[in-house]
Design a protein around this ligand. Sequence first.
Ligand SMILES: [Zn+2]
Length: 440
Amino acid sequence: MKYCLKTIGCTLLFFLTTVLLYAQNQVYSPQQTRTLIEVNTPAAQDSDHVLAITGCRLIDGLGGTPVEDAVVIIKGNRIVDAGPGNEINIPANAEYFDAEGKTVMPGLIDAHFHNLMNNDRINQYLRNGITTMRDPGQPIRFHQSLHFADQPVPRVFLTDSHLDGYPPVWTQQANVVRSAEHARESVYEYVRNGATGVKIYFNLPLEYFETVTDAASLSGVPVMAHLELVDADDAILAGVEGIEHVTSFGTALAETGEAKKFKDALREDYGARRTERFRLWSTIDLESERVKDVIQLAIENDAIMVPTLGVFERYEGDDGVENYHVQGYYNMVKFVGMAYTAGMKISVGSHAGLIHADYGWDFQHEMELLAKAGMDPMDIIVNSTLGNAKYLRTEERLGSIKSRMLADLIIVDGNPVEDIRVMRNVSKVMLNGIWVDSGE
Ligand SMILES: [Zn+2]
């Protein structure tokens, strides 16, 4: 009996310890994800400050029907409650913010944004609703200005220098991989230095991909790739999660001869990709089995496409645009729509600096292009918030409006589910529980 009790006691103790360690994220297998954090934690609201946002339409990022006449309670930098007004208790000490006729939703997360030591620029994007961004593929030193910001800026997630082959495409941004060992050690070093993802660039030979994805998986960070010379299906099979730019799918979708012609032209001159990708896409037969197979493979492997359609947007009458540009872009849009309908994960990333977008509004512009590709506005919103929080491995803190989440949210005038263009009417932005100065 005594022995039996001891055994039960020990088992219980072991069980509790395991649960506690898991809860604290101290134990995780490579398959498990851990919460990753930004390199620049923003200032937080005082922990005893209570705010009630009342009378709003609530889009919580989880994808359900918007809640009308909702209330959101924020204490310090955390959301403590959110839901229908008649079900939420407003604490006696709460300060009120009346948001009647407006929509409250999670702050937008841009999964693909490049910046070069320009705090003013990303402050503008924050004021336009982007509370979190990831720069895939630029060195951490390109973001040193973050530590000197005297104005609020979004939470920034970094990957450090992208991994490329020799000769590299961008000499200032590349880490040129010379062996599998070097690739592996680079990933570990990046993560030690604060990287929360790893980016593969298009001249990295396929033979190194699995080394990179294995090392990243062991470190709990995702791998994303910009492809031109390696096919997307091969990259996905090697464990790449994020296929950045719709164009990265081009060589996998095109007829073999056309893909070869494209790769030959690029090996001759990397710059040729800027025109040749449109020529390649103009030849793609979207009804082919090949296209269906690639979409299916991406879905089965949980791959994410970040189309960045705005980078490739070309219309008749644009400067220097020829027929094949227009047809190529048309096919890219159509492919995104097909992939979405089939069930592929689509992420929203702006890249920033788009030809057809107004300064500071690239992300909203991309949301509008995805709507034109056939995506439902609610899905675009979810993928811009919780979806991207998952892609950034930070959904336990960011991306939705519910109890315990960090108070990063925006208020827009109107209902974006009825018209995605409403996303430009950002009237208030909150970062870590603090209203961001609109600068007006
Ligand atoms: Zn990019």
